[in-house]
Design a binder for this molecule. Structure first.
Ligand code: GLA
Length: 375
């Protein structure tokens, strides 16, 4: 078995936009969009079909079947198409008797389901935790599926989706390559900031082959789609902070909007190579929380393999603010001169003193790539 998820996995997942009403046509068209718009080259690798792909009941031999109405060509054909376009194939199941949307779960069928996924060419499994029988040991359910996946002999990234079970404490030992830290994200600033800040507090649990997962991205939903309608919507400024936070956290980057409706600004953001490079940096050090004097602001730092440090300054307040920083707390000394580049705008800022402040719009951020000037 190969070492999987050495870097945070990247891809797209249907849930945040299509939710319960997904069809195979949506997926085929979104795969085409990813392939035709440079997303594969940017690192987005997995196309994941979330809940509601299965028929309401198992087949005569206990096998999982694609929903005949919404996925008439079946999962093998869809997986083959995803592979033919150079992507990897992700799928969803649940450790209970039913998935969260009420389709058949894997409880008691773990081994057969894992074998079936492997035979379809599945490369990634998101495994949820709804409808678990009373008294069942949650950790054991994940261990069972992790074991079943490894025994297939196929390389399958295992994504544990259980926000209530302190997954970060044990999911790595169940063979999971990423684990959810919190409940579902919705499309508004309150949800984005709460989810992202919580992940910042938990960064000590994240690292190569076992990443904290603050949930999929809502950038680009603009209040549309399943999670968009629940949340109400966010602004481009807020989506930029959202993406910057997930990049500095070393979070898995799963796009969640209807790709066919991607605006030019969102496309530019999600393909920003300098932001993605921070997320995928070879040192694999997750961003951590730097002290911030102001209760409305958060500052994070992520040390990078070439000696640079990425610094994120977030203004969570409802009005613009000066956000103060001190590079000293990252390991530099007060007399150091630091060269900073604005990674979002992709332009050099110049030399800064070791401490200072930046003017940041409401719910906005500055993402700096900083290099010590060697004299
Ligand atoms: C849970 C998960 C979501 C999604 C749905 C599907 O709520 O947290 O990400 O997978 O189930 O029903």
């Amino acid at each position: 078995m190969a070492q999987l998820a050495i870097k945070p996995p990247m891809g797209w997942n249907h849930w945040n936009t299509f939710g319960w009403s997904v069809t195979e046509t949506d997926i085929y068209e979104c795969v085409d969009y990813l392939a035709d718009n440079g997303f594969r080259e940017a690192g987005y690798e997995f196309v994941t079909i979330d809940d509601c792909w299965m028929a309401g009941e198992r087949g005569p031999n206990g096998e999982l079947m694609a929903d005949p109405k919404t996925f008439p060509h079946g999962m093998k054909a869809l997986g083959d198409y995803i592979h033919s376009k150079g992507f990897k194939f992700g799928i969803y199941e649940d450790g209970g008797v039913r998935t969260c949307a009420g389709r058949p779960g894997s409880y008691g069928h773990e081994r057969e389901d894992a074998a079936q996924f492997a035979s379809w060419g599945v490369d990634f499994l998101k495994y949820d935790f709804c409808y678990v029988p009373a008294g069942a040991d949650g950790k054991l359910l994940f261990r069972r599926m992790g074991q079943a996946l490894r025994e297939t002999g196929r390389d399958i990234v295992f994504s544990a989706c259980w926000s209530g079970g302190e997954c970060h404490e044990w999911a790595r030992t169940a063979g999971a390559h990423m684990w959810r830290l919190s409940g579902d994200i919705f499309d508004n600033w309150k949800s984005i900031s709460a989810t992202g800040y919580h992940a910042l507090d938990m960064s000590r649990y994240s690292g190569p082959m076992g990443w904290n997962d603050p949930d999929m991205l809502v950038a680009g939903l603009f209040g549309e789609g399943y999670v968009g309608r629940i949340g109400g919507g966010s602004t481009l400024e807020e989506y930029t902070t959202h993406f910057a936070l997930w990049c500095i956290l070393s979070a898995p980057l799963f796009l969640g909007h209807d790709l066919r409706k991607t605006t030019p600004e969102i496309k530019e953001l999600l393909l920003n190579p300098e932001m993605i490079a921070i997320n995928q940096d070879d040192a694999c050090i997750p961003g951590w929380d730097l002290p911030c004097l102001d209760e409305f602001c958060r500052i994070a730092a992520k040390p990078l393999a070439n000696g640079d440090i990425a610094i994120l300054l977030v203004n969570g307040d409802d009005c613009p603010r000066w956000v103060g920083y001190s590079f000293e707390s990252c390991g530099w000394s007060p007399s150091d001169k630091i060269f900073a580049r604005d990674v979002i705008r992709r332009e050099d800022i110049g030399v800064l003193d070791c401490g200072g402040s930046c003017y940041v719009p409401s719910h906005g951020c500055k993402l700096l790539r900083c290099t010590r000037v060697k004299s």
